[in-house]
Design a protein around this ligand. Structure first.
Ligand code: ADP
Ligand code: MG
Length: 623
């Protein structure tokens, strides 16, 4: 027999208390979202039940229409949000409300910005929505019974460290959440306030929401209406509802396709990208419906991954209702829908690039990295994507240059498109390898982004012009007369280069004369086909044992320092200072490109050289 009223105590998962604290304190001024979160959970539970019942028709039983029932007692200040959805077993209660499902608080907390609007958005997206209720309630009681049968349970918590679970008398299938409003949240004890909040955030929930017996929401499929029946305000509200965001979308695409597949879609592009969209979860925010029946949220098969910043709804007339996740992946119908949508979206992007520069700039600044990802992964659309590609350049260091613009203005005899990586404009313009290009007025693309390192190697030629990193470009300055005059004789050149090679030995692939440097004495370059410096650094980050390729040291035989060195070498070939200076130059160049592991020898050597220099200078003063 059951022991009646036996109450079991549980501890929340460790990070949970931290999370609850964060939510209840940092998001206080937007408390009303608790209702949105609870309604969204109820709606999910109803959708899940509906979906399961398509194949398991006995699940629905005789328990009335699927709906969300909200009961407010203005006097007692209690609120109940109930649904007759899937409900939860005891195990599910513990797993779903006692632990953080997947992403974890640590991740959530890391992403908090301190900006309330942004932080609130995170709540919905990190799957911590339920706990928002503790912003308005001291103690919360969740009564639930799974649609799969078994006993009903009551979960009770004050949201501080622990919760309890006990069995309750069997009730109807579904979940009902009850709490008394805190004193400072009593505004939600007014019916008009609750009604307003439901309308604001949950108007498009596809199940009826009743408040004290009265239906509040429209629960209509906005996407299936005609465009002229929908107001701007409705479009915007729907976007905010579906994306859990609060901004105005940058763009929307509302379409009804007839051939080759029949479907309706309402897609939105947000005004900016989620900060975590690129680095962590590969989530999409697209929902799949079939004939207005909700099938799947975060449907990954409707758009290629690089378009995951698109939010919205796709409703197909042709797919079977009981389509499963496995089937959507391989369905030819889904494939056709995807192709259609991608074509439309690419068409829109291209149109802005062509005739609405301002919009395209905003779009590129927000989602350019996704286009780059597409270039890398979406082979079928590469030709279109490459036209959408933009980068800054030496002609427009903070601007956006397209490859076709670059081609248009480059001199006729230029054979390649040049680019250079660097975190900032300053860093790039300090790169000695850029000197030659500046001097010869050759445009160089400035690539500021980490992802560029992954994209560029696979980009291939654009209109038959290869894209080449400036440190790998073969450039020749030897024709410039003035340079020649300042240069060392061939014999001296050979001799000093030999000395460099002897001193550096295995640390470099080769030492050669530089044709590209103007003022700098030396620079490190990758051999043809070698990895560039930043790419190597990234490889090292991922694999500590990664040795990296050896570099070629290019020496500027016209620079005063090298010329002096050659002179000393001529007179006193064994002089220790030459060796010290050579090592110092090499390690300095390595430091500049970020490949020097340990700068300590560089620093001690530098101190020795400075001591020598100071001593010489002091002596000369004494004379
Ligand atoms: P999310 O909805 O993003 O998963 P929540 O914190 O809102 O995160 O909810 C946690 C989990 O608790 C849900 O995923 C669901 O499994 C369960 N849950 C919450 N409310 C209900 C409900 N009304 N009916 C059934 N399960 C629910
Ligand atoms: Mg939720």
């Amino acid at each position: 027999m059951n022991q009646q009223a036996q109450v079991e105590e549980f501890q929340f998962q460790a990070e949970m208390s931290q999370l609850l604290h964060l939510i209840t304190h940092s998001l206080y001024s937007h408390r009303e979202i608790f209702l949105r979160e609870l309604i969204s959970n109820a709606s999910d539970a109803l959708s899940k039940l509906h979906f399961a019942s398509l194949t398991q028709s006995d699940l629905l039983k005789d328990e009335g229409d699927l709906q969300i029932t909200i009961t407010l007692d203005e006097e007692k200040k209690t609120l109940t949000i109930a649904d007759n959805g899937v409900g939860m077993t005891k195990e599910e209660l513990i797993a779903n409300l006692g632990t953080i499902a997947n992403s974890g608080t640590a991740n959530f907390a890391k992403n908090l910005t301190g900006d309330k609007t942004k932080d609130i958005e995170l709540i919905g997206r990190f799957g911590v929505g339920f706990y928002a209720v503790f912003m308005v309630a001291e103690e919360v009681s969740v009564e639930t019974k799974s649609c799969q049968g078994g006993t009903a349970h009551r979960w009770v918590s004050k949201g501080t460290g622990k919760y309890s679970i006990e069995e309750t008398e069997s009730q109807q299938r579904g979940t009902s959440i009850t709490f008394t409003l805190k004193e400072d949240a009593e505004e939600f004890a007014k019916k008009w306030k609750v009604e307003e909040t439901i309308k604001r955030y949950s108007d498009f929930v596809s199940f009826p929401i009743e408040l004290n017996g009265e239906k509040i929401n429209q629960s209509s499929a906005l996407w299936s209406k005609n465009k002229n029946e929908i107001s701007e305000e409705q479009y915007k509200e729907f976007y905010q509802y579906i994306s859990h965001r609060y901004d105005d979308p940058m763009h929307r695409l509302h379409l009804a396709a007839e051939a080759p597949v029949q479907f309706k879609a309402l897609l939105y592009i947000p005004s900016e990208a989620d900060r975590n969209l690129f680095t962590t979860e590969l989530e999409t925010s697209l929902r799949l419906y079939v004939k207005k029946v909700f099938i799947q949220s975060d449907c990954k098969d409707l758009l290629p991954q690089w378009l995951r910043f698109v939010n919205g709804v796709v409703d197909s007339e042709d797919l079977p209702l009981n389509i499963s996740r496995e089937v959507t992946q391989h369905s030819a119908m889904m494939h056709k829908i995807q192709k259609y949508l991608v074509k439309k979206l690419l068409g829109d992007f291209a149109a802005w690039a062509e005739s609405d520069k301002e919009k395209y700039t905003a779009f590129w600044r927000a989602f350019g990295n996704f286009i780059k990802e597409g270039l890398h992964t979406d082979y079928a659309n590469k030709d279109k994507l490459i036209e959408l590609y933009r980068a800054a350049s030496s002609k427009e260091p903070q601007g956006l240059v397209s490859l076709s613009e670059y081609l248009e203005r480059m001199p006729e005899n230029q054979k390649e498109i040049y680019f250079v990586y660097g975190k900032t404009q300053e860093a790039i313009e300090a790169n000695p390898n850029l000197e030659y290009f500046k001097r010869n007025e050759l445009e160089v693309l400035y690539l500021y982004d980490e992802v560029d390192h992954f994209i560029m190697p696979g980009l291939g030629p654009y209109k038959e012009k290869q894209l080449v990193a400036i440190d790998k470009a073969e450039v020749d300055l030897s024709k410039e007369e003035e340079q020649k005059k300042r240069d060392l004789s061939e014999e001296k050149k050979k001799s000093i280069l030999e000395k460099f090679k002897k001193v550096l030995g295995e640390r470099v692939a080769d030492v050669i004369e530089s044709k590209r440097l103007v003022d700098n004495p030396c620079t490190l370059v990758a051999g043809q086909g070698g990895m560039d410096a930043q790419m190597e650094r990234m490889m090292k980050m991922m694999d500590p044992n990664f040795a990296g390729g050896k570099k070629i040291l290019e020496i500027n035989t016209r620079s005063p320092l090298i010329k002096s060195l050659a002179k000393i070498h001529e007179r006193k070939p064994k002089d220790k200072t030459i060796k010290e200076v050579i090592l110092e130059l090499f390690e300095g160049a390595s430091l500049l490109e970020g490949s020097l592991e340990d700068p300590s020898s560089l620093v001690t050597r530098q101190q020795r050289l400075l001591a020598q220099l100071a001593e010489l200078y002091a002596k000369s003063l004494a004379n």
